[in-house]
Design a protein around this ligand. Sequence first.
Ligand code: PGA
Length: 266
Amino acid sequence: MRVIIKKNYDDCSIWVANYVADKINAAKPTAAKPFVIGLPTGSTPVGVYRELVKLCKAGAVSFENVVSFNMDEYVGLPHEHPCSYWHFMHDNFFNHIDIKPENINILDGMAADLSKECADYEQKIKNIGGIDLFLGGIGENGHIAFNEPGTSLSSRTRIKRLTKETREANARFFDGDLEQVPRLALTVGVGTIMDAREILIMASGRHKAEALRQTVEGGVSHMCTASVLQMHQYAAIVCDDDAAGEFSSRIVDYFKDIEYSELDFD
Ligand code: PGA
């Protein structure tokens, strides 16, 4: 696993946005062979989306031949609900770039048959040939997507019950009212994320430091689902100094030392 440590949130966002743009450009995607990206919601990726919008508007990257799959969605919120992830993605990103609406995939938390919705999503990812780059955040409890502690590390897209701590963390998007935060979500599984050819997880702030420490320095455990990244050949964490605050100094020194190396990814 690679850990890239930047000074602050803005530096992380700029680094990740440029990395994504470079990956898309290097792939030279076409309609027949698109670049397939997995995308997160939450506070963490807002800066990356802002920077990617700038790059797209400046002509430095195009999303015309990019297909996206979002990580998760609340159960029971319609698209137009301001807290739905559908709404978040369009508001923060899709409405401002040249991605084709038919290339956007977001789980439908209002589907009549939620299990079928999840199975179809997995099939769609498989049919397109898998995900090239999965971007993600990390929860304070170490979750990736909504794969809460105790989740099978082989899990696939399915319905998941959210922990109270995740609902409390997300209540800020619902006027601070915990009761409004849905109890269920549809989420890609840990196995779905691990199938991506590359994974890039972003983290910012002191409140993420313990989860990051467990992810990087702890053992692989379903109690910190992000720790499974240790088993992926091309996984990286991009974090700021605050989120790196619980790493041991030798880890920080090592990763800062190899930051500009093309080697040592895995
Ligand atoms: P955040 O959420 O970006 O809003 O902190 C990340 C997550 O819970 O995965």
